[in-house]
Design a protein around this ligand. Structure first.
Ligand SMILES: Cc1cc2nc3c(=O)[nH]c(=O)nc-3n(C[C@H](O)[C@H](O)[C@H](O)COP(=O)(O)OP(=O)(O)OC[C@H]3O[C@@H](n4cnc5c(N)ncnc54)[C@H](O)[C@@H]3O)c2cc1C
Length: 363
């Protein structure tokens, strides 16, 4: 059964299987599709959804969630597809996009306007509204570098807010939104983009790919094309095999622990961590003393690559990517993830944290 109010539509007992890229079965008692974020105060005032319900889940493209069971509460999704470009100030142009805009289409749109900044983040699945939640990043760039402001409905204060980047507490795959999911619903994001290219070509094969493409003086759109080609080769397409990209974050540890691990395992990839205050605070360390370890290497070293438990598996190509080979349940995928983390902890003393939000169970 469906009902509708001004700016939103509601369906009861809705199926979420096609709304998560793992493709696992899950249902929600109430699916609310919000076409106009201005309808939110009325939606809460009408009691369609309880503003304080801790089980209320905002869902974008479902590419960073694992439904370990049914959603315990209502699911709300933003559909607005509006994109507006501002006048700009010299070199910089502010572009605002509604939460429901598909991320990759948005990146390509900004490039078609001659604006640079998001090219390394091409082909990441999902929506604009979810981009700030885990501060999406790829190929040496994080979205926080280009966020001008985040517009969000604050459920605690029952009002719209416009948060400056400093208020978002961005860190590696982290933000205030991820820490407090029952508070903020992102309704739109403003990005500060540049008319003048400042390309980042030094990361993970971009230069080599451009050379293969025969391009020596690349434009931002060429960098996006190189990233797209690399990603298409390397990452499983969720349309063919269910997955949520990297299932685990690269663990951040104290430098002393990284050095001890490195002397025992010289092949372990260890990276310096940029001294962003929120990263340092999250780990109770001064920024300079932290190191990032390769979660993929740790998992591979424990022999998990290509392993299966029924239809739940670890990609044979990427130790970091859990896959649904067909009819795996979310609970089975979660069980596999927990066993992987336990074995890495037992062998290396390193705690792995999942990157996707786990719904319907704890970690
Ligand atoms: C093949 C593949 C490759 C990927 N590669 C990368 C990568 O390179 N880098 C990277 O960072 N991520 C990557 N991801 C993960 C994922 O694409 C991103 O995290 C993306 O931003 C999730 O967007 P979504 O709309 O699907 O969010 P969802 O999965 O729907 O939601 C993710 C989280 O954000 C919350 N959320 C979503 N929208 C809102 C909103 N409007 N307001 C408040 N909370 C919200 C949800 O409640 C949930 O906690 C990859 C995933 C896949 C499947």
């Amino acid at each position: 059964m469906s009902i509708a109010g001004p700016g939103y539509r509601v369906a009861r007992n809705a199926d979420l299987a096609t709304r998560n890229t793992f493709g696992v079965s899950a249902r929600t008692p109430l699916l609310v599709e919000v076409d106009d974020a201005a309808a939110l105060p009325q939606l809460f005032a009408d009691g369609v959804v309880d503003i304080a319900d801790p089980a209320l889940l905002v869902l974008g493209g479902g590419s960073n969630v694992l439904f370990a069971g049914d959603a315990p509460g209502p699911v709300l999704s933003f559909t607005a597809q509006n994109v507006e470009s501002g006048e700009g100030d010299g070199d910089t142009v502010v572009v605002r996009a509604g939460a429901g805009v598909p991320w990759h289409a948005f990146v390509m749109h900004t490039l078609s306007l001659g604006l640079c900044g998001l090219e390394n983040l091409a082909l990441i699945p999902g929506t604009v509204g979810a981009a700030p939640i885990q501060n999406i990043g790829a190929y040496g760039v994080e979205v926080r570098e280009h966020v001008h402001a985040v517009e969000a409905f604050d459920r605690r204060e029952n009002r719209m807010r416009r948060l400056a980047p400093a208020q978002c507490a961005f860190a590696y795959r982290d933000s205030v939104f991820k820490h407090d999911p029952a508070r903020f619903m992102v309704t739109a994001v403003e990005f500060a983009l540049s008319r003048r290219p400042r390309l980042r070509l030094d990361y993970a094969g971009i230069g080599g790919e451009l050379a293969t493409m025969g391009i020596s003086d690349p434009r931002a759109s060429d960098v996006a094309e190189a990233v797209i080609r690399i990603r298409r080769r390397k990452l499983p397409d969720p349309a063919r095999v269910g997955n949520a990209g990297s299932f685990f974050k690269n663990p951040i540890v104290a430098a002393a622990q990284a050095e001890a691990l490195l002397s025992a395992h010289p092949a372990l990839p260890v990276f310096p961590v940029a001294a962003f205050p929120a990263d340092a605070a999250a780990h109770g360390q001064a920024g300079g003393t932290l190191r990032k370890l390769s979660a993929a290497w740790l998992i591979d070293a424990c022999g998990w690559k290509g392993q299966r438990d029924g239809d739940a598996g670890v990609s044979p190509d990427h130790a970091l990517v859990l896959v649904n080979h067909g009819a795996a349940s979310g609970a089975r995928l979660l069980g596999l993830a927990r066993r992987i983390a336990a074995s890495v902890h037992e062998r290396f003393g390193v705690a792995l944290e999942p990157e996707p939000r786990i719904v319907g169970a704890g970690w």
